[in-house]
Write a protein that binds this ligand. Structure first.
Ligand SMILES: [Zn+2]
Length: 291
């Protein structure tokens, strides 16, 4: 009698544990085991901000990360774009480097959204754009985390590693660019800021895994980035060049385009395609473009 009561209690306890495990943490609604909801994909948005970079990453569990925010005049456009994607908070913000085509709109973004953490390379620049970002960072009560090779950005369910800057000193400010590798299932995204040939070679020297399905092409398609050795190591199937129509720099440069085309990768350009969104469940990859 006593033994059967114990068994009954154990069974009850097991049922309670099982039932409590059957709720979706986000909604607290019971999950119907017959039709489990499709998990959200990882989305990487290359936002058209003319001549500049702004990249939004939305993880399957609803975390948001922003890498760069375009020129000053695009701050409000980035905010609008993020709001249209349902962003209410940025868990991580990365400033690839201090040039205004990457951090110009970042002060407005930090003023607008709650931010969890901000990563920047250890380089300062005496420009209004950069000072404005630092003022916004301070106002938000944030402490800048130093971005460098080997740093892991804590995201749930998505691996996010920083592959650069590798060295502490570079002659060119662009070469301090933070390089981000996001990996999810079978796919990875490599975001290279404006890093040129020298940091590309430094990254190769670290033996870090830099294979990626999608490469954000370095420095808006400048001749000084995208060395063949680097492109071969990445082995990307898709390349995204972020640049403005009729820009003052003649981007993308022919020599870089030739090297990119030689790899056989398919190229998307924000000046031609507008904003470009990659979406993956870790297996399949979907691409949608504004134009
Ligand atoms: Zn740039």
């Amino acid at each position: 009698m006593k033994r059967s009561l114990t068994i009954l209690l154990l069974l009850l306890l097991a049922a309670m544990v099982l039932l409590s495990g059957c709720t979706d943490i986000r909604t607290n609604e019971p999950v119907n085991p017959a039709s489990p909801p499709a998990p959200d994909p990882l989305k990487v948005h290359f936002i058209d901000v003319g001549q500049g970079d702004a990249i939004l990453i939305q993880t399957p569990v609803g975390q948001n990360m922003l890498v760069d925010a375009g020129e000053n005049i695009y701050g409000s456009r980035v905010i609008e774009y993020l709001e249209a994607q349902g962003v209410e908070r940025l868990d991580v913000v990365v400033a690839s480097h201090t040039h205004s085509d990457h951090i110009g709109g970042m002060d407005a973004v930090i003023d607008h959204f709650p931010v969890g953490a901000i990563y920047m390379p250890e380089i300062t620049q005496n420009t209004k754009s950069f000072r404005d970002v630092l003022i916004s960072v301070q106002r938000a009560g944030l402490t800048v985390t130093s971005a460098k090779a080997g740093v892991t950005v804590p995201l749930d369910g998505v691996e996010c590693r920083l592959l650069a800057p590798v060295k502490e000193y570079y002659q060119e400010l662009n070469d301090y660019s933070v390089v981000v590798r996001l990996a999810f299932g079978r796919h990875a995204f490599l975001l290279t800021g404006d890093a040129g040939n020298i940091p590309e070679s430094d990254i190769l020297g670290t033996k870090a895994d830099l294979q990626a399905t999608v490469l954000k092409v370095g420095h808006h398609g400048s001749y000084s980035s995208s060395s063949t050795r680097f492109l071969n190591a990445v082995g990307a199937r898709y390349g995204v060049i972020m640049l403005g129509k009729d820009n003052d720099y003649g981007y993308p440069h022919d020599s870089a385009l030739q090297r990119l085309n030689r790899t056989g990768m398919q190229i998307y350009r924000t000046d031609q395609n507008g904003s470009i969104v990659f979406s993956t469940d870790g297996q399949d990859l979907q691409i949608s473009t504004e134009r």
